[in-house]
Design a protein around this ligand. Structure first.
Ligand code: 5GP
Ligand code: ZN
Length: 141
């Protein structure tokens, strides 16, 4: 897509510091890293978000994820690593070309916090089952 930042990184018209590339995906360093080694993995083909991807696209991308994660672990020996993917502006997406964040974690003061407060009390089994049934009915489409 011509006005997409990450498509421009793929075609080289915007520079990036690459760590991995194959026919389908590209991994490069985040320009505003949350922690040391923060890396992004993207499909080369433009997909706005997860809803825009099919199993084949996702398979090509996620099959590379363990390799990238292991390379980051071997490089920096983080205490942990978060994989993060934001879909849609309300979910925190700011670049609308699918990307998977690899955020190595060092300690509680490393600058990254993913917290959520439970606004509702634990739901009844009946209600959770209804939610599950709704999702399952959509999966069988
Ligand atoms: P999002 O908020 O969409 O999940 O994440 C977008 C990420 O892209 C951010 O972490 C941001 O730092 C990174 N980013 C934005 N512009 C550029 C850029 O031009 N080059 C690189 N390498 N990363 C970018
Ligand atoms: Zn794009």
């Amino acid at each position: 897509m011509s006005d997409c930042l990450f498509c421009k990184i793929v075609d080289g018209s915007i520079p990036s510091i690459k760590v991995y590339e194959d026919d389908h995906v590209l991994a490069f360093m985040d320009i505003f890293p949350l922690t040391k080694g923060h890396t992004l993995l993207i499909p080369k083909k433009h997909h706005e978000n997860v809803f825009d991807m099919n199993s084949e696209d996702a398979g090509q991308l996620f099959s590379v994820a363990p390799k990238i994660a292991s390379a980051i672990k071997a490089s920096f020996n983080p205490a942990g690593l978060n994989l993060l993917n934001n879909n849609g502006a309300p979910a925190g997406q700011s670049v609308f070309h699918f990307h998977l964040h690899f955020i190595p974690r060092y300690d509680q003061t490393d600058g990254f916090k993913a917290t959520w407060q439970t606004k509702e009390k634990q739901l009844t089994t009946d209600l959770v089952t209804k939610y599950a049934d709704k999702i399952k009915s959509q999966l069988s489409i």
